[in-house]
Design a protein around this ligand. Structure first.
Ligand code: GAP
Length: 449
């Protein structure tokens, strides 16, 4: 992250250029919910695609899943969420604001997994008023399934995608005939009624997770835990996050969730401090054991080599798309002086950039626009592209720099005679002339080579 990036600048850029909007903004919004605009949805899709490619497509031991958001409520009894997925909440008796007691005490884990922190004697940070005693507040959103709203029809929006993978363990094992170790990956929405959503899209009430449940033989779990910590750390570095702003931290005992034997976090240095992007937990056989108990099913793996039935241990790398979105934006944002002007630029990795190529006629001259549109049509089947002919060429380059477009293709008067165009590179601003006949191949080499 350049020292120029502030949360305020990123929020403003996101709104101005169509990355992120407040949900239902025309009605005053709703706290903890966000909409992703035309560029935001591209960046989000690219983050998810890069993750899926690395953890499913390129591996021979992983398969995908897309489970339902609403599940049988017993799932949440078995997982422990009904009993322990709660944060301690306090209210200010004066201004009526609501806070997480553990955050006020500066001992906040980033997520709620039943840390029943005692409220220390502190005052309201807003008005200095007296606070209530802490009450535990379950973060799961409740709903009713079917037309009758009674206790029998209560269901929950999932607070993590993980449980969909545990309850499908036998289905996936039988249909894929995978051998241990193997894993499942899932991307999907999760919902938590956070007491204090905030820091832009860092802590939301509706967000998207990318989770892996990797099943291993008991006894090999610690080795596989290290494997996944290294894999996942490398993934962030490969996508260009600054090494000095990325760290892996092993959690202290008292920070561990109720199901975890050991957990590492991949953390990013945001302006508000080191914060979790991903947790990589050793969940042991906790979840399969609990679901076997509550469902009355055998959730085991038969090891043909030893003739033994085992309940696999699970390594779980679990990350949030929205947090990664914010980290990639903050990290890639830069400002530099070019010809006495400040150039704002997103130095996003090419794989993540929402638009790969922008086609720009030098001006709106009637001789230039038709061939420029032809060049645009040539590129559209291959990549996400934009066409822009409004205002000066310098301004249009700046507009593309600001949203991270790696290449601009300019059609000028020479194009009319030499059938060539100029490719301008975002970071170096270097320009090369390329025949239109070679343009797709040249861009492919640059973007995918
Ligand atoms: N299945 C394990 C699990 O859900 P978690 O640490 O609670 O673990 C995993 O969440 C990831 O999900 C976090 O590292 C974070 O990236 C993302 N996440 C969790 N709560 C979030 C929230 N309220 N808003 C945005 N992302 C969140």
């Amino acid at each position: 992250m350049s020292t120029n990036a502030t949360v305020e600048k990123i929020v403003s850029l996101c709104k101005r250029r169509g990355f992120v909007f407040q949900s239902s903004e025309i009605y005053g919004g709703i706290g903890g919910f966000w909409d992703y605009g035309p560029l935001g949805v591209e960046l989000k899709n690219n983050i998810k695609r890069a993750w899926w490619k690395a953890v499913v497509q390129e591996r021979d031991d992983m398969v995908g899943l897309d489970a339902a958001i609403v599940m049988n409520p017993t799932v949440w009894k078995a997982s422990g969420h009904l009993d322990t997925f709660a944060d301690p909440m306090v209210d200010c008796k004066e201004c009526k604001r609501r806070f997480r007691a553990d955050e006020l005490a500066h001992q906040a884990p980033a997520s709620a997994h039943g840390h029943a922190a005692e409220a220390p004697v502190v005052r309201c940070p807003e008005c200095g008023g007296e606070l209530t005693e802490p009450r535990m507040f379950n973060l799961m959103f409740r709903t009713y399934v079917g037309p009758v709203e009674d206790d029998a029809s209560v269901a929950y929006l999932r607070p993590e995608t993980a449980q969909g993978m545990f309850v499908n363990f036998s289905n996936v094992l039988q249909t894929t005939r995978k051998k241990l170790p193997f894993g499942m990956a899932q991307i999907g929405k999760a919902f938590r009624n956070e007491i204090t959503p905030g820091n832009f899209i860092f802590r939301d009430r509706e967000f998207e997770q990318m989770e892996i449940e990797y099943f291993v033989k008991p006894g090999t779990d610690e080795e596989w835990h290290q494997h996944w910590v290294e894999e996942r750390h490398r993934w962030y570095l490969n996508l260009g996050l600054s090494p000095e702003r990325l760290r892996v931290r092993r959690l202290d005992r008292e920070e561990l969730a109720h199901y975890a034997k050991d957990t590492y976090e991949v953390e990013y240095l945001f302006p508000m401090g080191w914060s979790e992007l991903e947790g990589i937990a050793n969940r042991t056989d906790f979840d399969l054991g609990r679901h076997a108990e509550f469902a009355g099913r055998v959730l085991e793996y038969f090891d043909e080599e030893t003739g033994e039935h085992v309940v696999p241990y699970v390594i779980e790398p679990s990350s949030g798309v929205d947090r990664l979105f914010m980290a990639f934006l903050m990290d890639s944002y830069d400002e530099e002086e070019v010809r006495n002007e400040t150039r704002a630029i997103l130095r996003l990795h090419k794989d993540l950039a929402p638009t790969k190529v922008a086609v720009l006629p030098l001006s709106r001259n009637e001789q230039l626009v038709p061939p420029a549109r032809e060049v645009w049509a040539l590129l559209r089947p291959h990549w996400m592209t934009q066409f822009d002919d409004a205002q000066s060429i310098g301004r249009r380059y700046r507009r593309q720099d600001e949203v991270g477009t790696p290449y601009c293709v300019t059609v000028d008067f020479d194009t009319l005679t030499d059938q060539a165009v100029t490719i301008r590179e975002r970071d170096s601003m270097e320009q090369v002339r390329v025949p239109i006949a070679n343009l797709v191949a040249a861009l492919r080499e640059k973007l995918e080579g």
